[in-house]
Design a protein around this ligand. Structure first.
Ligand code: SF4
Length: 384
């Protein structure tokens, strides 16, 4: 069994570089009548990957999958008993063996309004049921979208539908519960041009799902809002954890990568985070922090410390290219990312922020980040 420190190093390298698919192996696999699906090609969050588990069957990661990407020395090949070999061409040796997390069966079921359930909500990681309740965004509409975002791509591909209803989500939850594959729910949305920025689209869905399934912890993601009352409304409607995602801490980089969203300042995010922590409680508020835009600056380190000192969990993940889009994300340097994971974990220990207490969503899922493994290492809180 791999030691946690080694697991974190391997996870960090694979999150950054991803792996190439060995075409002969994939063809052989397909010839056995087993379609090898390569993960989401559109939608919110890191794209183009499949979920794998380490041999502890607890630590999971979302591995980017490529075809002939010259920037990675890793190749996926040779499957034995569900474990895939990730081969390191630069060392001509096996880097690690990982278990592929299979697609759940409910993807093939249709809802009573005749929509394939995989178009309504997907399993992320090991047990997080995730959906984008509204698949459009005002920044796509007005040409100022975040460059790393693929929210409307899956809609354009017909892989999902524009807006999900409580009824559809409740049917999917019932189907997933039968498979026993789900422990928490993640709801996200594109930003609307209205003053609530999309918050009001959550309210009925949250109330209906919480009424039907009071024990399911629910995570919601928003952009920072001017009227903090909207954050209280999410809690009252049934949300348990909240992601208020700033994504990029350096203002100059943020203005380029997120031309629309960067009009909301870091200071407004701080006000939102402080209010959200009062409402949702300790360890229940996080923000995606994307890494890969060069060497971290002093501004980055200062703001990272400020947000953790407030009590916000930084869900740190390397930026990824978006399939079929002009955005060619730089390959993040694994050593830089590892250093940021370890430093953030030290800060969370120092300021008594515990991501292991987070009830639902990306922090609990952990597939796209090594922040949980780094925190476990720094606090000696290994898997029991
Ligand atoms: S960390 Fe978040 S975006 Fe990544 S797989 Fe898990 S739920 Fe999805």
């Amino acid at each position: 069994m791999l030691k946690l420190k080694r697991i974190l190093e391997i996870k960090t390298e694979l999150l950054c570089k991803g792996v190439n698919l060995d075409e002969r192996f994939i063809d052989k696999y397909k010839s056995k009548g087993i379609p090898f699906k390569e993960g989401r090609k559109g939608g919110a969050g890191p794209l183009g990957g499949r979920y794998f588990a380490f041999d502890d069957n607890k630590t999971i990661l979302n591995v980017p999958l490529w075809h002939n990407n010259k920037e990675t020395n890793f190749v996926l090949k040779n499957e034995k008993d569900g474990y895939f070999e990730i081969f390191d061409k630069s060392k001509n040796s096996v880097f690690v063996k990982l278990r592929l997390i299979p697609y759940p069966n409910y993807y093939k079921i249709t809802t009573t309004d005749d929509i394939l359930m995989e178009k309504i909500a997907l399993i992320h990681g090991l047990d997080c049921l995730a959906t984008t309740i509204y698949q459009r965004c005002c920044y796509w509409e007005n040409g100022s979208k975040c460059q790393f975002c693929g929210i409307e791509l899956s809609l354009a591909r017909g892989d999902t539908i524009e807006e999900k209803t409580s009824k559809q989500l409740i049917e999917v939850i019932n189907a997933v519960k039968i498979e026993g594959k789900f422990k928490h729910l993640l709801l996200t949305t594109g930003t609307t041009s209205s003053i609530d920025k999309g918050v009001l689209k959550y309210i009925n869905i949250l109330e209906d799902i919480k009424n039907k399934f009071p024990d399911i912890p629910i995570h919601v993601q928003i952009e920072a809002v001017d009227n903090l009352e909207y954050i209280s409304m999410l809690k009252e409607a049934g949300a348990d954890t909240l992601g208020i995602h700033i994504e990029i801490l350096d203002d100059s980089i943020r203005k380029v990568i997120c031309p629309g969203k960067s009009k909301t300042s870091y200071e407004v995010y701080e006000k939102n985070w402080i209010h959200a922590l009062e409402i949702f409680g300790k360890d229940q508020v996080d923000s995606f922090i994307l890494i890969g835009f060069g060497e971290p600056t002093e501004e980055f380190w200062n703001k990272l410390e400020k947000m953790i000192k407030l009590g916000v969990i930084p869900h740190i993940t390397p930026v990824r290219p978006v399939p079929q889009s002009k955005f060619k994300a730089p390959i993040c340097n694994p050593l830089i990312l590892l250093n940021i994971f370890e430093y953030s974990a030290k800060l969370m220990k120092k300021f008594n922020v515990n991501p292991l207490n987070n009830k639902a969503g990306c922090v609990r899922c952990g597939a796209c980040s090594g922040i949980i493994e780094a925190y476990r290492l720094i606090t000696g809180n290994y898997w029991s």
